[in-house]
Design a protein around this ligand. Structure first.
Ligand code: NAP
Length: 488
């Protein structure tokens, strides 16, 4: 998982951070039009951050009790007169009702905080619409990605980013300073044409998770069907045994580790493919194909879903002995042994296999938890690049190797037992080994000194068949430059 993914802001634009204590914004009077949920939370946050707040309502008497006593609640026109910066906490469909205030609003900064109910709901963004209604005002889009709850609970507990855009640099800076004093991180999204994009952000449902979720679901359906055929359909067709009771727990529990294990290998496979591409073309400056780029960007989500499936597998496995079917089977086995007068049923190899299998499974889950925790932005930000890379890359690869041991000790010699080939289908674990073993083998090959060195040079900028200018230290200790072939 790339650290860039975890550390970068919600959107890769310029941060507008400075020192909040030295900004001229602190202490100024801010106006809020509207007295709804957002207006109330905004007023509370502004008051707590040291601003004077004046709220403009159509019915100030009735609404005043809902606001902190430090905030002045008055009629809209009165409020607007007292300040140069006004947050319009009113829905788009009511903007036109504010047109009577056009004269008093002239020359002031209006902050459009509105959201839509659908992506690209209107032709023009709400902020552009507001600007068209009040051409004498400067409109800034911002704060719509922050919820009323985040405003009330403070920036510490919620999303810290406030995306801002406007055609007026000065107005944008003023709002950025206010956001900063309130404890948020302003992010400059450029000019007003970005407003539409900013308004769509709160409406998008897990955009970074769509592909990984579909991938996990696809794998789950494939492995579930495969296990169903082997564990339920095969005994029914061949021996007329009803094993439907296995579906809710046993079939699901044999499917989950398959998905977790393959997903974990899919976190590391794109890195292997990227390395192959770099080795083949002898450069790191060639763009990867789009599908590989996308895959590389989704590694964090794929890894987290792998952890989710592994955690579910652990819980399911823990609950296996609780099932009534399991108890019946135990009693049945005991009765059979008593009838057959078998006293010693201890199989040394089976005992060892099980002990090792469970132990490596627990270690693999522990490592996966570590990977999942350190991929959280708050934790990732507290690690330096080396620590992060060690955990995500080295420990992640070790987790894959240990998961492979877990799978192998589970399968043991079943792959060589012809009774395990139901309808000629090999045991599921043999299928799951395919991708992870390819990744492990590739990583081993890449660690061979000749390949490792070449890959390292490529990643430091060396290119096949190119002459580059190296800067060499001279004998006097100063640096001198000389042309040399990078192939040498
Ligand atoms: P709300 O609770 O319904 O408040 C809207 C306010 O608009 C009313 O309290 C009303 O205040 C005022 N208003 C002015 N003219 C109006 C008119 N003609 N008809 C009806 N109301 C009128 O809505 P809200 O949740 O605070 O949302 C306000 C804006 O913030 C929306 O654009 C929304 O998209 C945006 N926003 C909200 C959140 C959130 O978490 N709630 C988050 C981000 C953005 P008076 O009666 O005092 O005039």
């Amino acid at each position: 998982m790339s650290r860039g993914d975890m550390a970068k802001p919600l959107l890769g634009h310029r941060s507008m951070e400075g020192d909040p204590s030295t900004t001229p914004a602190a202490g100024r009077t801010i106006g809020v039009l509207g007295s709804g949920d957002f207006a109330r939370s905004l007023a509370i946050r502004l008051v707590c951050s040291g601003f004077k707040v004046v709220v403009g309502s159509r019915n100030p008497k009735r609404k005043a009790a809902l606001f902190p006593s430090a905030a002045e609640v008055t009629f809209q026109a009165e409020a607007v007169k007292k300040t140069d910066v006004i947050f319009v906490a009113v829905f788009r469909e009511h903007y036109s009702t504010l047109c009577d205030l056009a004269d008093v609003l002239a020359g002031k900064i209006l902050v459009d905080v509105s959201n839509n109910t659908e992506i690209n709901h209107h032709k023009e963004s709400n902020a552009e619409y507001l600007a068209s209604l009040f051409p004498a005002c400067t409109v800034v889009k911002g704060f719509n990605t922050v919820s009323a709850w985040t405003l009330q609970s403070g920036a510490r507990d919620g999303n810290k980013q406030v995306l801002i855009c406007s055609n007026n640099q000065e107005a944008k800076r003023t709002i950025a300073e206010i956001a900063q004093v309130m404890g948020f991180t302003p992010v400059d999204m450029g000019c007003m044409s970005s407003a539409c994009e900013i308004e769509n952000i709160p409406l998008r449902l897990l955009p970074a998770w769509k592909i990984p979720i579909f991938l996990a679901l696809g794998l789950f359906i494939c492995f579930f069907t495969y296990n169903l055929i082997r564990q339920v359909i095969h005994p029914y067709i061949r021996e007329q045994k009803n094993k439907l009771y296995k579906i809710p727990i046993e079939v699901v529990n044999t499917t989950l580790p398959c998905v977790a294990y393959v997903m974990l290998s899919l976190v590391y496979l794109p890195g292997v493919l990227a390395a192959c591409s770099q080795l083949y073309y002898g450069t790191k400056y060639r763009r990867f194909p789009d599908w590989l780029d996308q895959w590389l960007q989704h590694r964090k989500q794929i890894g987290l879903l792998s952890f989710f499936c592994a955690a579910l597998h652990a819980v399911y496995s823990f609950c296996l002995p609780m099932r009534r079917s399991h108890r019946y089977q135990l009693i049945e086995t005991a009765v059979k042994q008593a009838v057959e007068k078998k006293m010693n049923i201890w199989v040394e190899e089976e005992v060892w296999r099980m002990e090792i299998y469970i132990s490596v499974g627990i270690i693999a889950l522990g490592l996966l938890s570590l990977l999942a925790i350190t991929s959280l932005p708050s934790i990732a930000n507290s690690l330096n690049w080396r620590e992060f890379s060690f955990i995500q890359s080295t420990l992640g690869f070790i987790a894959l190797v240990i998961s492979t041991l877990h799978t192998l000790t589970y399968g043991w010699s079943r792959a060589f037992d012809e009774n395990q080939y139901k309808f000629y289908l090999p045991p599921t674990y043999t299928l799951t080994l395919l991708v992870p073993c390819t990744v492990i083998l590739a990583k081993v090959i890449f660690s061979l000194p000749c390949i490792h060195q070449r890959l390292l040079r490529i990643r430091r900028g060396w290119e096949k068949g190119r002459y580059v200018k190296f800067v060499l230290p001279s004998t006097t200790g100063e640096f001198s430059s000389g042309e040399t072939s990078s192939n040498v």
